[in-house]
Design a protein around this ligand. Structure first.
Ligand code: FAD
Length: 457
């Protein structure tokens, strides 16, 4: 029995001070509820995480704010956060050369290159663009909001079978998807319906963009957004509260934290990432189908390593500053966070899927040496010019357990409707429960939805 003095009573306990939890809390507060937000870390933002110690507005999590992110842009307008137009930078992101089997290949050489095993009609596509281009061209969704419509369940099949249906053979599929996958380990591990949703969302974002503006970010760090949201709360976020269990009965819920604190309320909003939710004890347990969904959807391994540079080595070898590799360095992207888009401020190696898993098992220094060596081998001009600054390994983060959710083939039809079902006094929200939009805007949308469900009860 927990002593009464360790119990805090409120109307709603919100677990997790990421964008979903904070947006739920703000909507509930505006609806007249007394809200207490609990956060395991000593800061808000979760997967919006600015690496301020590295300078140059370097981000580890959400960075790009689509021009049609209405919820995010209106929060920014409300709290006076100025958005920076990233359109001039985006053109440079297309400048990227390819490294395959240790060979550095220019984009201009790729269509005729012997390693290009794409069918003739696709030979002008780079390995990182082909599946994205096809997900736009072959997209059955009239809009992103339709991706969960049973009408499209027939597309809940693997990316591999979809690409093979479009005429790619096994080696072309590997080249088109498996090199540094943003969802899953390989093309057989992810539903193409998810790629269609992402593509339909990007199209909708571009349509709603004001003339010439493709998207935004925030000067001095995107984390300023959740920080400003937390300041709007009447009751300060309680930090260092690692929630371990929720018990509910017909009228109220108890939220138990490591260390013994207990919060009691008629309603709980659980805004934890799905990878963390798996280990949370909920009594009584959710239905078996919901538990199965929570335990089986994927959480994408993504590790970012940050490098400073001593010289403009890309001028020396004449290749693009950024490279996309088939090795442990993943995609080495030149960051352009300075005053002018041409200025390269640092480099980030984006390592996804199986390579991230392997590196995450190693001590940080060993993992960094492997990546640095892979870059230097592919690009001798960079040798001695890159300095390792640090990393963010999302799967190793006990409060994230992965960067974002992905669905394996068949899981969207089986799980999407079940994974976020309210359970007793608990509403669930978070990026994994985005319905019509994605990313940061999706997290905001899901928080808003769970607040509305409580306020209209
Ligand atoms: C590398 C990366 C790049 C991205 N890039 C973009 C982008 O460019 N554009 C875009 O729109 N989106 C992007 N996203 C996605 C976007 O950042 C997320 O969708 C969004 O921030 C998720 O918000 P959330 O509130 O659902 O989850 P989170 O932000 O993860 O919030 C969950 C909160 O719960 C807390 N928590 C965890 N466990 C406990 C516990 N036991 N007890 C109490 N609290 C706990 C966490 O600390 C965290 O604060 C990116 C994400 C990553 C990781």
């Amino acid at each position: 029995m927990v002593p009464l003095s360790r119990r805090t009573r409120t109307d709603v306990v919100v677990i997790g001070a990421g964008l979903a939890g904070l947006n739920a809390a703000l909507h509930l507060q505006e609806g007249g509820a007394r809200v207490q937000v609990l956060e395991a870390r000593d800061q808000v933002g979760g997967r919006v995480h600015s690496m301020r110690q590295l300078g140059h507005s370097q981000e580890a999590g959400g960075t790009y704010i689509g021009a049609g992110y209405d919820r995010i842009t209106s929060v920014c307008a409300r709290v006076g956060i100025e958005l920076v137009d990233v359109s001039p930078m985006l053109a440079f992101f297309r400048e990227q050369d390819l490294v395959l089997g240790g060979e550095l290949i220019r984009q201009s050489e790729w269509p005729e290159h012997p390693r290009n095993v794409f069918p003739d009609t696709f030979k002008d596509q780079m390995p990182w663009t082909l599946h994205r281009t096809l997900a736009v061209q072959d997209n059955p969704l009239p809009g992103p909001e339709r991706w969960l419509d049973p009408e499209f369940a027939a597309h809940d099949v693997s990316v591999r079978s979809w690409l093979m249906g479009l005429g790619l053979d096994e080696s072309a599929v590997r080249l088109a998807y498996d090199l540094n996958p943003s969802f899953g380990d390989h093309a057989g591990d992810v539903s193409v319906l998810l790629l269609f949703f992402r593509a339909a969302f990007s199209i909708a974002q571009r349509r709603s963009a004001p003339d010439g503006v493709l998207g935004y970010t925030v000067k001095n760090g995107v984390q300023r957004i959740p920080e400003a949201m937390a300041k709007l709360l009447e009751h300060d976020v309680h930090f260092g509260k690692i929630v371990t269990a929720i018990t509910t009965n017909g009228h109220r819920a108890e939220v138990h934290c490591a260390g013994g604190a207990v919060y009691v309320a008629p309603h709980v909003v659980c805004a934890l990432p799905v990878g963390v939710l798996r280990d949370l004890s909920i009594d009584p347990e959710p239905r078996a189908s919901q538990l199965e969904a929570i335990r089986s959807v994927g959480s994408q391994p993504v590790t970012q390593m940050y490098f400073g540079h001593a010289s403009r080595f890309w001028n020396e070898d004449g290749h693009a500053a950024s490279i996309f590799t088939d090795g442990p360095a993943g995609m080495l992207a030149a960051a352009r966070n300075g005053g002018h888009p041409e200025e390269v401020t640092s480099f980030t190696a984006w390592i996804m899927g199986p390579n991230a898993k392997q590196l995450d098992r190693l001590p940080e220094r060993d993992a960094a040496s492997i990546v640095l060596e892979a870059i230097e081998q592919a690009r001798p001009a960079s040798a001695g010019n890159l300095e390792y600054l640090g990393r963010k390994a999302w799967s190793r983060d006990p409060f994230a357990r992965g960067a974002w959710t992905y669905y394996k083939p068949g899981q969207i039809s089986r799980f999407a409707a079940k994974i976020g079902q309210p359970h007793g006094r608990i509403q669930f929200c978070g990026e994994h429960l985005s319905r019509n939009v994605r990313g940061m805007e999706g997290a905001m949308e899901s928080g808003e939805r769970s607040a509305r469900a409580i306020l209209t009860e």
